[in-house]
Structure formats: C-alpha cells, structure tokens
Design a binder for this molecule. Structure first.
Ligand SMILES: Cc1cc2nc3c(=O)[nH]c(=O)nc-3n(C[C@H](O)[C@H](O)[C@H](O)COP(=O)(O)OP(=O)(O)OC[C@H]3O[C@@H](n4cnc5c(N)ncnc54)[C@H](O)[C@@H]3O)c2cc1C
Length: 327
C-alpha cells in the first residue's frame, strides 16, 4: 500500500520536526516552504539560544543548519520557493495547487495538511501611514526587523536611539543598543510584558541613566529633523513630550502568518483565536477536517524553538492515528 502523503506548509522548527516524526511513523511528509532555505525565523536570530536542552551555545543560524541538515539526511522532500495558490477538498484529503519557483504550477494530493507558517514582525504600519514615516523608513532611520540593530551596532556609538515596544524583543534590543549608544529611550504603549530577567538587566541601565523608560506612552508623530528624527510622545495623564533621536527601532510584536489562508477554499474556515492565531485542540487538530496547526502560528503565548518542535511531534502522532482510523 502507498504511504499516506502529508503536506506541511512552512519549514521552520515546527514543520521540520513534524516531517521527521511523520516519516518515522510510516507516512510520507512533504515540506512546502516559501523561502529558499529551511529554518524559519532562526537564520535571522544571531543571538545564542540558551533555551534548547543539550545544545547550550548555538545561535539561530547554527540551529537552522543543524535542523535542515537533519531533514536532508532523512531524504525528506522540500519544495522551496513554493507558494500555495489553491486548495481543493477531495474524497480522502486535499489537492494542493502550488506555484513553484520557476512559475510552473504543480499539484500534490495529500491526506492531511499541517500549517506551520510561524510569525512575522509588525512593521511601521502599526503607526498609521504618513509620508514622513515612509521617508524616514526609506532613509533607513527606522528599523522594524527584530534583530536589525545588531547588524550595525557600532554605527550607534554615542548616538541617541529610541526603541518602541514592551516585550522581550524590545528589552533585548535596548540592552544591546545601550552598550554603545549615549542614550536609549524605551517607549512602551502600556506596561512592560518582557520576562523579569531581562527587565532587571534593563533596570540597571535605567538606574545608570543610560536608558529612559516611558510607560503608558503613545507615539503621536515621527518627523524628520535636520539631524535625525523628532518623536512626539503622549504620556497618559500628562502633556506631550518631544524627543530627538538618531535612530528608531520598532519592536511592536508579531503577527501570525495566517492572512493568506483567507483565499484558500476550505482553509478559510479554520477557527481562529486572538489576533489571528489558529485554534487547535490538544492534539493540534484545527476545526477543519485533516488540517493541523503547529508552532508559533497557533501559539500566542509561548513561542520558542523547543515548543515548536514538540508540537510537530504531537501533530504527527495525531495525524498517524487519524489516518490509521480512516483506513
Ligand atoms: C528576535 C527573536 C528572538 C528569539 N529568540 C529565541 C530564543 O532565544 N529561544 C527560542 O527558543 N526561541 C526564540 N525565538 C522564537 C523562535 O524563533 C520561534 O518560536 C520558532 O522559530 C517558531 O518556529 P515555527 O516553525 O513555528 O515558525 P517559524 O520559525 O516562523 O517558521 C515558519 C516558516 O513558514 C514559512 N512560511 C510562512 N508562510 C508560508 C506560506 N504561506 N507558505 C509556505 N511557507 C510559509 C516561513 O518562511 C518559515 O520558514 C525568537 C524569535 C525572535 C523573532
């Protein structure tokens, strides 16, 4: 009997782990990845990941290489640079229509589909669209990528920098930037959401006068000034404050990669939870038959490499059982 084919949309840690488990459970996984390489967010995270048991000192790119090599060694097929353009329900699953890298169209019949499409960082659109903002962004004075400050940290030496956001990524950015900048403004719309450990580290920098923290503070406008950017802030219960900075890093959170599902037939009906994250049961089944969701795209609260990998395993077990029951 032919092995059941399972399509996995997204080749980050969750998708790769699910593929590995499916293969060893006797199924035939195929990864569909929109980029030219596996790894998801990992290739862009150059910090040491201290949260993976047994691998204490690997950076994101090192982990990505380790995981993608494993997929290659296991001969698990990957469609790189592929885009899912349509999904049709069949008697035993789905027909996936893909636009391949060379613009040709192919189709794959799968008995189950796993969505592991992760997150993307929010950009300047969260501040509303203004010509001034577009101009500052185009000039490279505003950065939105989660770790873009690391690329040119030395250029920030002696400068004044604003970091906008109150989560882990904002606080880690502040810690990195404050090591070189003369002054770093941390602007938080509501209250800090970051882990206590990094907040304590930033508190030390605040006490040293290197960082100024603004809570419950909204950015009203960004304007280009002669020598940088003027930001107008509105602090709850007080008047507006203007600060001048040389560079801004926005760290305003992430959105799940789920919008594209809206045009994909049956996938448009998957139930969602807060902020567009996909809803699943404890075995990672979504509300649509034979469709599963794993990793960051279905986890608004815990986003990490090890939980993504674990969810890949949980879904693979459920898929093997569900297909076995149907057969
Ligand atoms: C700045 C930063 C620091 C972090 N630090 C740590 C840390 O120290 N420790 C830790 O454990 N975790 C950390 N994380 C979180 C960790 O990287 C994620 O939790 C993990 O990568 C999630 O894996 P995933 O497979 O669910 O999603 P992702 O890694 O986002 O992978 C999703 C994949 O799906 C692909 N994709 C998206 N849409 C489509 C589509 N329509 N079709 C096909 N493919 C698609 C993407 O190209 C991507 O390859 C950090 C994240 C960031 C941003």
């Amino acid at each position: 009997m032919n092995k059941a084919v399972v399509g996995i949309l997204g080749g980050g840690p969750a998708g790769m782990s699910c593929a590995l488990w499916l293969k060893h459970l006797g199924l035939s996984p195929i990864i569909i990845e929109r980029n030219a390489a596996l790894g998801g967010q990992l290739p862009d995270i150059h910090r040491i990941n201290r949260w993976v048991l047994g691998l204490p000192s690997r950076t994101g790119p090192e982990l990505a290489k380790l995981y993608s090599n494993h997929i290659t060694e296991e001969n698990i097929p990957v469609n790189y640079n592929a885009r899912l353009t349509a999904v049709e329900a069949t008697a035993v699953g789905y027909r996936l229509i893909l636009q391949e890298a060379d613009e040709t169209q192919t189709s794959i019949r799968v008995q189950a589909l796993v969505i592991a499409t992760g997150l993307q960082a929010q950009g300047i659109e969260v501040f509303g669209k203004t010509p001034e903002l577009d101009l500052l962004y185009a000039r490279g004075l505003i950065g939105c990528h989660p770790t873009d400050h690391l690329d040119k940290l030395e250029c920030l030496r002696g400068k004044t920098v604003a970091v906008i956001g109150g989560g882990d990524n904002a606080y880690f950015t502040v810690k990195d930037v404050a090591a070189v900048a003369a002054r770093t403004h941390l602007i938080i719309r509501s209250r800090p959401q970051a882990q206590n450990t990094i907040r304590r580290e930033v508190k030390t920098l605040i006490d040293l006068g290197l960082v100024i923290e603004y809570r419950e503070t909204q950015v009203e406008t960004f304007r280009p000034s002669q020598d940088g950017i003027e930001i107008c802030l509105n602090q709850l219960g007080s008047t507006s404050v203007k600060i001048k900075v040389d560079k801004v890093f926005t760290r305003t959170g992430f959105t799940p990669n789920t919008k594209f599902l809206g045009s994909l037939g049956p996938l448009a009906n998957i139930d969602k939870q807060v902020r567009g994250y996909l809803s699943t049961d404890s075995r990672k089944r979504t509300s649509v038959d034979s469709v599963y969701a794993i990793g960051d795209v279905a986890s608004p609260n815990v986003q990490s490499v090890v939980t993504a990998i674990a969810e890949g395993a949980i879904a693979a077990r459920a898929i093997a059982e569900d297909i076995g029951t149907r057969e």
